[in-house]
Design a protein around this ligand. Structure first.
Ligand SMILES: Nc1nc2c(ncn2[C@@H]2O[C@H](COP(=O)(O)OP(=O)(O)OP(=O)(O)O)[C@@H](O)[C@H]2O)c(=O)[nH]1
Length: 209
């Protein structure tokens, strides 16, 4: 049986809940405090539309660490992108905006050949359960998604399970359909973190919940 490798990068500024979303998807659990001091790739075997897929999920670490990949390397590596912000943190939305634009720019050349690129960038407003301290309106997320031709979700890794699973399943399916059995690219590796630079530019603020 032919196995397809699907690579999905989960991106966004520190503390938006990237690890929480991934862990929710992979284990069904919400793990509140999750120590992630290294970037890592999670692997999962999935069956989508009767096809067997090997999913690789890339979870960057926001702290500087040895051998960390750059945002550009992550973008080149991945077939699909989940760009996460925290609806209660406006600066994380600015970071997500910058990342989405960077992905669009990087993939523009590819997009001419491959029209499916639009369906492989998912913009996710996480921590929907914190809507009483919301700083980013749902409409703003929707607007960015339609401007940049991404799919849009508001979710809560803390409270939703089905929605999180559906979101990941959908991006894996879309990435596998767009897949022109990509010439396998290198794994993310490198030294400088573009994510860090973007965070610095927008001046991030860590919020306790
Ligand atoms: N209320 C609420 N808190 C959440 C949610 N998702 C994550 N958190 C909390 O947000 C904090 C950061 O979550 P992480 O999953 O570590 O975020 P991250 O984006 O992986 O962060 P880094 O690894 O530092 O990049 C933790 O305290 C989580 O418990 C959510 O949906 N709702």
């Amino acid at each position: 049986m032919i196995m397809n490798d699907i690579k999905v990068a989960v991106m966004g500024s520190e503390g938006v809940g990237k690890s929480a979303l991934i862990v929710r998807f992979l284990t069904r659990r919400f793990i509140g405090e999750y120590a992630s001091s290294t970037e890592c790739i999670y692997r999962k075997r999935m069956s989508i539309d009767g096809r067997q897929l090997n999913l690789e999920l890339y979870d960057p670490c926001s702290q500087p660490c040895e051998g960390k990949s750059t945002l550009n390397e992550q973008i080149h590596w991945a077939d699909g992108f989940v760009v996460v912000y925290d609806i209660s943190d406006r600066s994380s939305f600015l970071t997500a905006t910058a990342i989405v634009h960077l992905i669009r720019e990087t993939h523009l050349g590819v997009a001419k050949r491959d029209r499916d690129t639009d369906s492989v960038i998912f913009l996710v407003g996480n921590k929907q359960d914190l809507c009483h301290v919301r700083e980013v309106d749902r409409e703003e997320g929707q607007r960015l998604a339609s401007e940049c031709r991404c799919q849009f979700y508001e979710l809560s890794a803390a409270e939703h399970y089905q929605e999180v699973v559906l979101m990941f399943s959908k991006i894996v399916r879309n990435a596998s359909l767009g897949g022109k059995a990509k010439d396998r690219r290198r794994r993310p590796s490198g030294s400088k973190s573009m994510a860090k630079l973007i965070n610095n530019v927008f001046g991030k603020r860590r919020k306790s919940v």
